[in-house]
Design a protein around this ligand. Structure first.
Ligand code: PFF
Length: 496
């Protein structure tokens, strides 16, 4: 077997994991999830989900990738031949995310150009809707949005260029892309907090709303946000861990990555909601209304507001969107890399061929989201792939490891390498706690979603979302049955 590629230096892995985890999920998705779920209602379930699913599953994925040395399908296959499909299932879900993640990245690239002249003016909300020329509903696709299309192509070219350079290259890019954005978010938060009305915004964000905890959709959104934000269930972390040297520390990296990711999302929330408080005060509106009306464009409506209010606004805006782009790029390439790794390992293909197999369809399908109806479809697909697709994959992973492979095998492997030992709590989480929480959420949300169509979209459009969720395991099954290169079945224990 070929020698497996390795990270170029020790810190590269944790930076790469951070680079994958910290992305649009923190700065764009987290704030709108908070807003959609009524502000302070969200944080408690979020923290709960982080502890009960985020940390154990991250440990599990690092353990599998590192022990069985492969991108997800092959790693699972080596653990147990029947389980290869679990890996592909995650890859299939990540492929769906690839298609629309690049489009949000393209919005950010457009905003970088708009920042030069502060083109958004004072009405940043109107500007966003106008910029996307959003159609009335998912039934009207309209034409392609040319500025977004151009940026979409540029984004893909950048991602492909980075991936072509291989894992050694990744290690270098991520150091910059993971750290710099944090500094800017701190500046934005400080400016946001000192604005008039900010306190009302922070109150909305931070005061716990215990009554809302009874609403199960809040819990579903919290779990899916944790999956999305930590890059879990999609095989990315399995693939990354497989590139680690044989004597790597695993468990402390889990804690560093998961807590830093949550911290950065929290910071983005501070910047966003203090500014939302300011916007509400300016408009004489309620904070909840301003936050809730933003929908999935919230971050793009709010960040420009606070940027307007900084000295040297245009320069700051340019730097901010530049960093948002770098943040998004390393997440997008981790998604693509997870699938590329799977295709490479399964058929023993070259990196270039695998990259073409993944990115061409990823790009073409993504064009749907570049149309005028794209925002509606992005909303629907994002909701279904995260709310159902990922949660089901997480559940299947727990069953595979908890009940078939045995959590202890993974724990022993991790403990054999790490200073921080993982206790029996891990087995309990993987076997009982995490799956129970996920099943509970799935069942109740299924009932809620069937009763009341999400987002007021027509049923036929939501059916596309359901069809996609159902297709994921079917595609995964078919892929797992395709012939595997014989190299993939040779298992090398010692290397490096
Ligand atoms: N975690 C990334 C973010 O928060 O933006 C998005 C992401 C990357 C999701 C990689 C899934 C993944 F596998």
């Amino acid at each position: 077997m070929k020698k497996r590629e390795n990270w170029s230096w020790r810190g590269a892995f944790v930076f790469a994991v951070l680079g994958s985890a910290v992305g649009l999920g923190n700065a764009w998705r987290f704030p709108y999830m908070v807003a959609q779920n009524g502000g302070g209602a969200f944080l408690i379930p979020y923290i709960f989900a982080l502890l009960t699913a985020g940390i154990p599953l991250m440990m599990l994925e690092f353990g599998i990738g590192h022990k069985f040395l492969g991108a997800p399908p092959i790693a699972y296959r080596r653990a147990n031949k029947k389980l290869e499909m679990v890996g592909w299932w995650g890859n299939a879900a990540s492929f769906v995310i690839i298609t629309y993640y690049g489009v949000v990245l393209a919005w950010a690239i457009n905003y970088l150009v708009h920042a030069l002249t502060l083109a958004w003016g004072d009405d940043t909300t109107g500007f966003f809707l106008n910029f996307l020329r959003v159609s009335e509903g998912p039934h009207i696709l309209g034409g392609l949005n040319v500025p977004v299309l151009i940026a979409f192509v540029i984004g893909w070219i950048m991602v492909i260029a980075i991936i072509r350079s291989g894992v050694t290259g990744l290690g270098k890019v991520v150091v910059f892309t993971a750290i710099a954005p944090v500094i800017l978010l701190i500046i934005l938060s400080i400016r946001g907090i000192t604005l008039e009305g900010a306190l009302a915004g922070l109150d909305y964000y931070l005061s716990p709303n215990f009554a809302a905890l009874a609403d199960l959709t809040v819990w579903r959104d919290a779990y899916s946000q944790v999956f999305f934000s930590l890059s879990l269930g999609m095989g990315v972390l399995i693939a990354y861990a497989s590139y680690l040297p044989r004597d790597a520390e695993l468990s402390n990296n889990v804690f560093i990555a998961s807590l830093a990711d949550a911290g950065i999302a929290f910071l983005a929330g501070l910047a966003i909601f203090s500014t939302v408080g300011y916007m509400a005060a300016q408009q004489g509106a309620a904070v909840a209304d301003v936050a809730g009306s933003g929908g999935i464009g919230l971050a793009f409506m709010v960040f420009p507001q606070v940027i307007n209010l900084l000295p040297g606004a245009a320069a700051f805006g340019v730097i901010f969107f530049l960093l948002l782009i770098t943040l998004a790029i390393d997440s997008q390439f981790s998604l693509v890399e997870g699938c590329v790794g799977a295709v490479m390992d399964k058929w023993n293909l070259s990196r270039g061929t695998a990259l073409a197999i993944v990115s061409l369809p990823g790009f073409l399908i993504g064009l749907v989201f570049v149309t005028n109806g794209g925002l509606h479809w992005l909303d629907i697909v994002d909701k279904f792939v995260n709310g159902y697709g990922l949660i089901v994959v997480g559940l299947v992973e727990c069953i595979a490891i908890g009940w078939i492979i045995g959590p202890q095998k993974i724990r022993d492997h991790v403990n054999g390498l790490s200073e921080i030992k993982v206790g029996k709590w891990f087995d309990f989480c993987v076997k009982y706690l995490t799956p129970a929480a996920l099943i509970f959420i799935l069942v109740f949300n299924l009932i809620i979603d069937i009763k009341e169509p999400y987002g007021g979209y027509p049923q036929w459009a939501l059916n596309v979302g359901w069809a996609m969720v159902i297709l994921l395991p079917i595609v995964a099954f078919i892929f797992s049955k395709l012939k595997t290169a014989k190299e993939a079945d040779e298992f090398v224990e010692e290397q490096s």
